[in-house]
Design a protein around this ligand. Structure first.
Ligand SMILES: [Mg+2]
Length: 237
């Protein structure tokens, strides 16, 4: 019954991919197109935040009120996706972080390892960033910023959807949340999962260690360490 199956819930920005600031460009263009205001992301730290949280700050930055926030965010999201797709097509700067592709290859041949996304991105935007590197199909399910503004809730959604999608009752102890920020660690803890913090985003290994993830990696180049960790931990034998 696959009781030992392992579920990996992956963050996108700073963990799998570096989109070279194109999200910020797309967000600014979308915002300017709708509200006629430029520079709306100025001073906003996007790391570990969900797209609706970032959009809320952009509204505040611009002294706009979030009346009917869900509808405003929906409209903004459509435009942001439109511009992100254009930016991604025009640029060769986005890349996968070091070791990601090799690690994904290693995981692909592991029995009983299943993969999902847990990201603050609007789903379509996350998909675009991963499609750029032909890896979107490896994460058939997930929780997204388009599902909920609160990261803990969207990680829970990723966990529940994964159980449903794969028809496996994953144990929390065999579930891992992998991300580059304190928020990823916190959300993993909140659902009772293990956590892997990767210092390929804005936070250093030392900063991430302060929040007691199950493990900290400088980057994902040591695939054997990663595989051994998820294999030897929790309920897997
Ligand atoms: Mg991230």
């Amino acid at each position: 019954m696959n009781e030992d199956a392992t579920l990996l819930i992956w963050d996108v920005d700073g963990t799998l991919t570096d989109s070279a600031g194109l999200t910020r460009v797309a967000f600014e263009k979308a915002f300017e197109g709708i509200y006629g205001i430029s520079g709306s992301t100025k001073g906003i730290m996007p790391f570990g935040r969900t797209d609706p949280q970032i959009f809320r700050e952009m509204l505040r930055n611009s002294d706009l009120h979030g009346d009917d926030f869900p509808e405003q965010f929906r409209k903004f999201g459509i435009q942001a996706t439109h511009y992100l797709e254009k930016e991604l097509q025009a640029s060769n700067k986005p890349r996968l972080h070091h070791g990601v592709r090799e690690l994904l290859d290693l995981l692909a041949v592991e029995d009983d390892v299943f993969m999902a996304l847990g990201t603050g991105n609007i789903e379509r935007n996350a998909r675009l960033k991963l499609e750029k590197h032909s890896i979107s199909h490896l994460f058939p399910v997930g929780g997204f910023g388009s599902d909920d503004e609160d990261r803990t809730t969207l990680i829970k959604i990723a966990f529940l959807r994964s159980k449903d999608y794969f028809s496996i009752d994953f144990a929390e102890i065999n579930t891992w949340v992998i991300g580059d920020t304190y928020f990823d660690i916190k959300c993993g803890n909140n659902i009772g999962a293990n956590t892997i913090a990767v210092a390929t985003g804005n936070a250093s290994e030392a900063e991430l260690s302060e929040h007691n993830p199950t493990a900290v990696f400088a980057d994902l180049r040591d695939g054997d360490r990663f595989i051994n960790l998820i294999g030897n931990h929790g309920g897997r034998r």
